[in-house]
Design a protein around this ligand. Structure first.
Ligand code: SF4
Ligand code: SF4
Length: 362
């Protein structure tokens, strides 16, 4: 079986790009950076990224130990750029932002994994190899997917730390198949960021501390999804009206200005999650939250986390009509939500004072 036939099967199976990388870790300087990134504490409270095997190696970068039989890594990419505006084009103060990857009713981990398994079966059938072995992963494997995506020729790792394809942009779900097949690897993609620094300049919380270096503790995606309890006060203004994730450093990337936009229906996009109304989210009961986000990545933030984020977003909106909703949250039983709501009320009061009491949104 050849690399070209594997890639053809991947494209026939619905992926937008596919490539093959070798497995040897010494060829991957980015994996040494991953170790430093963890050691410097840049992963924040994301303990799952810090897990080590019995040899002290990070499980996420221990492919050779976890799967010594693997000879090749097949990397598949799926474009999720639904035909809706970017967050930097949406300025309505009564609306928040949910990251583009989370607009679908289904969790992408499941849908990409399902497609990978179909591809895995097709490769197995075509290989006619009785010793064939393989594993499929979406975000959970013993490897940093974007590093292998680079060496599989899918794209380069941009200064915003995302994989960027010259043809597709960076709105890509990645999935990998480790296989015992010895396949011809693709050539790594050269960096095409050049002198651009748009992503670094646009990041509202200065989370891109240097090109290709993300301090997750400052990143809005981490703060609104992974971080439990308190969002550090000095970062709250920078969070803006984001309530689940952040797309800014991808929105401003020139390589995404012509990224193909897929039909929302094909991606299963739920229009109500695109630039959603903050009042709708604030008013949700536990049951309504569960029903609205069943199977969605948004449930990772949990209902309490989402309400906390909505409080911060309302505070940053400058929109005085949110005062009653925030007063209700401030009087509620969840101490974290109440504290963020008090912060938001104080912020709205400052904005109101500065504008002489003009009411935004009326
Ligand atoms: S996702 Fe948002 S907060 Fe995180 S690095 Fe990109 S622009 Fe900054
Ligand atoms: S915005 Fe510019 S520097 Fe950042 S990833 Fe895109 S091309 Fe690279």
């Amino acid at each position: 079986m050849t690399s070209d036939s594997v890639k053809r099967l991947a494209l026939e199976g619905g992926f937008d790009a596919a490539g093959v990388a070798g497995v040897r870790p010494e060829d991957r300087p980015e994996l040494a950076y991953f170790e430093q990134w963890i050691e410097h504490g840049h992963a924040g409270e994301m303990e799952y990224l810090k897990k080590r095997d019995e040899y002290g190696r990070l499980k996420r970068a221990a492919l050779d130990r976890a799967a010594p039989w693997a000879k090749s890594v097949i990397v598949c990419a799926s474009n999720y750029n639904a035909a809706y505006p970017y967050s930097v084009e949406c300025a309505e103060s009564d609306r928040g932002w949910i990251s583009r990857y989370a607009w679908s009713a289904a969790d992408y981990h499941e849908s990409v994994l399902q497609r990978l398994r179909q591809l895995e079966a097709a490769i197995k059938d075509s290989s006619c190899d009785p010793e064939f072995r393989s594993w499929c992963y979406v975000d959970t494997g013993p490897l940093v997917e974007r590093v292998y995506a680079k060496y599989a020729g899918i794209g380069w790792i941009g200064k915003n730390t995302c994989i960027i394809s010259q043809e597709l942009g960076s709105w890509l779900f990645l999935g990998v198949i480790l296989t015992s097949l010895e396949l011809e690897p693709d050539a790594a993609v050269a960096d095409r960021c050049g002198t651009c620094t748009a992503c670094i300049d646009a990041c509202p919380t200065a989370a891109l501390v240097a090109p290709h270096q993300l301090d997750a503790r400052r990143c809005i995606a981490y703060l609104t999804i992974e971080k439990r309890g308190e969002i550090p006060e000095e970062l709250r203004e920078g969070v803006g009206r984001h309530i689940f994730g952040c797309d800014i450093c991808q929105d401003v990337c020139p390589w995404n200005s012509k990224s193909p936009r897929a039909a929302a229906a094909a991606l299963g996009t739920r229009p109500e999650l695109v630039n959603p109304a903050l009042e709708w989210l604030a008013a949700m009961s536990d049951d309504e939250f569960r029903a609205a986000f069943r199977g969605s990545p948004v449930k990772r933030a949990k209902h309490s986390g989402l309400r906390r984020n909505v409080a911060v977003a309302m505070g940053n909106s400058g929109n005085q009509r949110f005062v009653p909703a925030l007063q209700q949250m401030a009087a509620g039983g969840d101490p974290a939500i109440a504290e963020h709501a008090r912060w938001a009320l104080a912020r709205l009061a400052r904005v109101d004072g500065a504008s002489g009491g003009a009411v935004d949104g009326e």
